[in-house]
Design a protein around this ligand. Structure first.
Ligand code: AMP
Ligand code: FE
Ligand code: FE
Ligand code: ZN
Length: 285
């Protein structure tokens, strides 16, 4: 059987529901050989995931998922094997995480003003220590106080990008984010490019700009992409000389996505490792 490789997962270092070590253990249990931990705007889960990878015999690609924004549209960029001490990239991630705090407070204020039963203290109680704060933590507070059944219902009712309570946070331009990842010795992959937000998707021209800035790959096999989006993604990648990845975007019980539901070819992982100069992959014994 081919090596099972899942290059996009989240832990309690951001908005996943399992601690990094538990994500690694689940990966082992689900028969994965290689896992990338890619929490939103942070590398704080790397140390625990590394220790667990060595213990459970799973290979680990240390990664991040950077929230970016262009003309009000959200773009997610995966960065693999970046140097976590790169001063420029870490300063940018610090700034984004800081801005996420005020943004979450403002969203809760708007919801409270509209009579939605929620307090900021309830939200903070749902944020694991040190986690990148995000809308899923508001959703968890709403689940906890019985207002909704799950995160998905909270997003549908109140937290979506087109909601009146939506507030944006500081996020770098996607082209700059590609440069930051490459500058930190990492490999940049455009996460789920055809996820639609407010009915809009990313124009090919933006991916071309990102490719010119050093983008290496496109995450094509992802549950947000139907067959047409996957066809378009493969055609675009082939035209621009980018490789194609597939991943689960696992968030524990926070989303329906299951580990290994989409996977990446071993030859693509080899390219990622070859092109990186930040940190090395953790290779299982
Ligand atoms: P934020 O980064 O704070 O803007 O929140 C965006 C995050 O919310 C994404 O990374 C997703 O993991 C999560 N999310 C978006 N839509 C949903 C949904 N319908 N159900 C569960 N989680 C969601
Ligand atoms: Fe997420
Ligand atoms: Fe994403
Ligand atoms: Zn993700």
């Amino acid at each position: 059987m081919t090596v099972q490789i899942d290059l996009h997962t989240h832990s309690t270092a951001s908005d996943g529901t399992q601690p990094p070590a538990a994500v690694v253990q689940s990966a082992r249990g689900d028969g994965l050989d290689v896992l990338a931990l890619t929490d939103h705007d942070t590398t704080s889960g790397w140390a625990e995931a590394t220790e667990a990878a060595l213990r459970h015999g799973v290979s680990l690609v240390r990664g991040i998922e950077i929230s970016c924004q262009r003309d009000g549209t959200s773009v997610h960029l995966l960065g693999y094997l970046t140097d976590p001490d790169d001063p420029v990239l870490s300063a940018e991630l610090d700034r984004a995480r800081q801005s996420r705090v005020t943004r979450l407070e403002r969203m809760v204020e708007l919801m409270v003003a509209d009579g939605i039963p929620i307090t900021y203290a309830e939200v903070l109680a749902q944020v694991p220590a040190g986690a990148t704060k995000g809308r899923p933590h508001i959703a968890d507070a709403l689940v906890h106080n019985g207002s909704v059944a799950n995160r998905d219902e909270a997003f549908t009712k109140w937290l979506g990008n087109d909601s009146p309570y939506y507030v944006s946070h500081y996020a770098p331009d996607p082209v700059r984010a590609v440069q930051l990842v490459v500058g930190a010795g990492g490999v940049a992959v455009h996460a789920h490019p055809f996820t639609s937000t407010r009915g809009r998707t990313i124009p090919d021209a933006l991916i071309e700009e990102m490719a010119a800035a050093g983008l290496a790959g496109v995450e094509v096999d992802h549950r947000d992409h139907d067959d047409e989006a996957r066809y378009r993604g493969r055609a675009l990648a082939s035209r621009l000389g980018l490789f194609v990845t597939g991943s689960s975007d696992y968030h524990g019980t926070g989303k329906a996505n299951r580990l290994g539901e989409n996977t990446t070819a071993p030859a693509v992982l080899e390219q990622i490792v070859e092109q990186s100069a930040g940190v090395t992959p953790i290779v299982r014994a």
